[in-house]
Design a protein around this ligand. Structure first.
Ligand code: NDP
Length: 285
């Protein structure tokens, strides 16, 4: 009898709270379809235990982990190396264990860019207006700038955070960037070609809310995107659609980000359709 290998390769996510994180459903559906004996473990790890958890993942030879709130920045000091984008963004959502060296990557922004390229679109040469300057906005802004966007406009309530993102983009990429304060219903900069809601406004259960902007400034020639994926069709996108704009939903970014993790960890092409269906099924049940 040939010698059998009962040992599964392990990946997972460390976060707190983390119980409602659906990434494992997508990754495990992908592993099964690709015929990989891999498991994705969803682990609640609080701030005080991150260091031990990272030491533990090295000790048991986990092939990688995702980091979610509140660990995306704190984990950096526990890693051996950062990808160029993760270094600029200053946050890591994916770690890959390459022969004992832990390398930090950020796939949030790359997942967003891939959701554009899936539709035959690209940020290259475009003027992008971002609503928000938090973690998702930063990842998207930096990654779009690295992908050749001409200019990133940032509209944010907290001016210091908005200006800091402008500085991050102008100091580390070839793109221009500008900050616009968010007071009352925000007007859209006239040069906007792609508009992205990168705030959490509209996220379940606040499904009747949408970012406070001048929706009449949305033109039919604009592309409008949302990072909010629950609900799949937030009020923001419905209002943009009513203005005649083309839209891209946040689920694409979520699935692409999970597919990128899959590929970084396994070196196998991710079965994205299967992963998307697994996620949709999860939302429906
Ligand atoms: P952060 O807490 O880092 O940032 C939140 C941002 O939203 C800040 O810029 C904040 O502004 C802004 N904001 C919050 N409330 C309001 C409001 N009422 N009006 C205007 N702006 C507001 O969160 P993240 O960036 O990590 O996450 C943001 C969203 O992105 C979440 O909904 C998350 O689920 C989603 N996300 C989606 C992903 C996907 O794959 N589709 C991946 C990652 C995140 P201020 O700075 O002024 O406080």
């Amino acid at each position: 009898m040939a010698e059998k290998n009962y040992r599964a390769e392990l990946v997972g996510v460390f976060g707190d709270p983390v119980d409602g994180n659906p990434t494992g459903v997508m990754e495990e559906a992908g592993f099964e379809t690709a015929g990989l004996n891999w498991r994705y473990l969803t682990c609640r790890v609080d701030v005080d235990n991150l260091e031990d958890a990272m030491r533990g993942m090295r000790a048991v030879g986990m092939r990688g982990v995702n980091l979610t709130m509140p660990h995306k920045v704190e984990v950096i000091r526990l890693l051996d190396e950062l990808s160029p984008a993760a270094r600029i963004i200053g946050a890591v959502n994916t770690v890959v264990n390459r022969n004992g060296r832990l390398i930090g990557e950020n796939t949030d922004g790359k997942g967003f860019v891939r959701s554009l390229t899936d539709e035959g679109l690209s940020p290259a040469g475009k003027v992008i207006t971002l609503l928000g300057a938090g973690g998702a906005a930063k990842a998207i802004g930096v990654e779009c700038a690295l992908a050749g966007a001409r200019k990133i406009n940032i509209i944010n309530r907290n001016a210091a955070r908005g200006r800091e993102l402008v500085q991050t983009i102008t100091e580390n990429t070839a793109a221009q960037a500008a900050f616009f304060p968010w007071e009352g219903a925000a007007p859209l900069p006239e040069d906007t070609e792609i508009l992205i809601n990168a705030t959490c406004v509209g996220l379940f259960p606040d499904v009747d809310r949408c970012p406070d902007i001048r929706y009449e400034h949305i033109r039919p020639d604009m592309l409008v995107c949302d990072v909010v994926f629950n609900p799949a069709m937030p009020l923001f996108l419905r209002k943009a659609q009513a203005q005649g704009a083309r839209i891209i939903i946040g689920l694409g970014m979520l699935v692409n980000q999970a597919a990128l993790n899959f590929e970084i960890w396994t070196d196998v092409k991710a079965p994205r359709e299967v992963m998307l269906h697994a996620l949709m099924h999860e939302f429906e049940t």
